[in-house]
Design a protein. Sequence first.
Length: 316
Amino acid sequence: MQAMIWLQGTAWLPEAASSVASEVDALFHFWAWVSVVLFLGVIGATLFFVVRYRRRSIEEVPQPVKEKKLIELAWIVLPTILVLIVFTWGFRVYIKMYTAPPNAYEVLVHAYQWYWEFEYPNGVKTTNELHVPANRPVRLRMSSADVIHSLYVPAFRVKQDVLPDRYSTLWFEATQPGQYTIFCTEYCGTQHSGMVAKVVVHPEQEFEQWLQEAGVPEDMPLPELGARLYREKACFSCHSLDGSRGVGPTFKGLYGHEVELEDGSRVVADENYLRESILQPGAKIVRGYPNVMPASYASLSEREVAALIEFIKQQQ
Ligand code: CUA
């Protein structure tokens, strides 16, 4: 019963689904309840003294305060002990949280404005979905392609900044198969709040199977590959398929129609326009939209560009 309540989370804390979560929670609960006791003690004593020792007449002159060694010693020694308990306890949990076991399974994390990409040892990449095995330590080696992001999995109680030009690492061991939310917790621009991903925790054998199937087959039809790239390259974070306005123009009804550019000129969105806009995003800017598309899509292969164009053509 207790375990179920933890798993589902409470008004206090989200579900606890990693090996360190219960330790972090225990420390949190200890400190929270100590604070409650101290708060009530201080406020209670204050109220009691206000009433008990109130000035009862104009002539009343208070007694000089007498020194009480025992009381003075108590308020020095007791808080010191309390602080040292929490320090020692917190430091042990901290060391555990930041020292990955040497046998941990390693996943590379690339952060972009505004999506997460995960790369597995066999070359498989996923976007906004981190797949991991349950009951096995996983170490994330993370870097950013642009600005500072921060990876946070509340259910695992782990959080770490992700920086450009250097690696930062994070490890956890998920204890419950299921899906958990990843947030970006460092303000990183317009779509920061939309930089949400999920962790999919597989039972251990299922994870190997998932990893095998996640490779892209050579003969995947172009529109299908395009749909996959739209997800994996996170085109969706800026370009909608339903006509709604995002950071960039929607793909719905784009192909074959005229678009108005920044300088007022008009072009037809044909295959060459789409190709250029993917590979050199700054070449033609649609009126009313910022020039913020990253140049990183220039690394797409010819086949991938063709696949995306086929996919965009289908969005009528
Ligand atoms: Cu990435 Cu906020």
